[in-house]
Design a protein around this ligand. Structure first.
Ligand code: ATP
Length: 297
């Protein structure tokens, strides 16, 4: 969890907080929103729900949240607050305007649920005097300050099950399959699925050296030994899976197909792990805001 302290904090308890979800949606974001709202309301805070991430903050797309407004969402994928990518925040005036809008609306502290980009945005807003607590919510497991990010476990299990299905049909047809999972800049989903699905090759952006010939050679070698099924897990940041499939088929004579799992990995009901982590992080995020703002200094 990231705690970004604003420059100035009143010595009084915070009365109003804002909560938003930002960047790619992740299963468990709703559970985190629910925990933030209920913990804050219980502590006597007013909670402003900010729709569509930083875009909604800059456009003042707000809704007051109560314990009732977060009922029946702990099990739901996506985010009831919607999410967005906001180009304006990347410009120097974006975070300054965000802080101004917070002050104008009486929002004394923000809880931001999102990935590494959202963390950067949170940090930039804090430089303009607003306290921000960031909760890691992304399927990518790539927030440097956190061992876990909400949504990773659900995405992983969804991808793993999808790969099992592709494996069944690949085995029946004696094919080579390249299965592309999400992770443009982080190969955690590919790595975990690669191990869990017993893949022959795992291509991750952190390590892949683009030695495609070496992969082809290994497939040809295994084929000679009588192996009929070859599974390659490819993180989306590594090359073009369809092109790679064509080249492997041409070089080895083995029928090769590419399957891109895509957004299926981002949706769906969060696993138990994601619900519990999201609930714990959501509750914990509110604590430093309302118990003692001085701690954030
Ligand atoms: P995911 O990893 O799941 O895609 P993310 O939070 O990393 O989530 P990004 O699109 O990288 O997703 O970031 C979300 C938003 O955060 C951006 O659209 C932008 O508004 C804001 N943001 C990102 N980087 C910065 C930055 N350096 N300064 C200010 N705001 C930023």
């Amino acid at each position: 969890m990231g705690i970004f302290k604003g420059k100035k904090t009143e010595e009084t308890k915070v009365k109003t907080i804002g909560v938003l979800t930002s960047g790619g949606d992740a299963p468990g974001m709703n559970a985190a929103v629910r925990a933030v709202v209920r913990t804050a309301v219980h502590a006597g805070c007013k909670v402003i729900g900010i729709r569509r991430g930083y875009s909604g903050l800059l456009e003042e797309d707000f809704t007051e949240m109560t314990t009732r407004s977060v009922a029946d969402i702990i099990q739901r994928g996506g985010t009831i607050l919607y999410t967005a990518r906001c180009a304006e925040m990347m410009r120097p005036e974006g975070p300054e305007k965000a802080a101004y809008i917070c002050r104008k609306n009486g929002i004394e502290a923000l809880v931001v649920i999102g990935g590494d980009g959202s963390y950067r945005g949170a940090y930039e807003i804090s430089k303009h005097g607003i306290n921000v607590v960031a909760i890691p919510g992304t399927i990518d497991l790539d927030v440097a300050s956190s061992d876990y990010t909400i949504g990773f476990d659900t995405a992983l299990n969804t991808a793993m099950e999808a790969i099992d299905r592709v494996r069944d049909t690949s085995a029946s047809h004696e094919r080579c399959s390249i299965i592309e999972v999400m992770g443009r800049k982080a190969g955690h989903i590919a790595l975990w699925c690669g191990i869990a699905n017993g893949a022959e090759e795992i291509l991750v952006p952190e390590r892949y050296d683009y030695e495609e010939q070496a992969i082809i050679d290994r497939i040809a070698e295994r084929k000679k030994l009588g192996k009929k099924l070859h599974i390659i897990i490819n993180a989306e940041g590594v090359g073009d899976s369809n092109g790679m499939a064509k080249r492997i088929e041409a070089a080895t004579g083995l029928e090769t197909r590419a399957t891109i799992i895509g957004y299926i990995q981002r949706g769906g009901s969060p696993t138990c792990r994601d619900r519990v982590f999201a609930s714990a992080m959501g509750a914990r995020a509110v604590e430093p805001i309302w118990t003692s703002p001085r701690r954030l200094r």
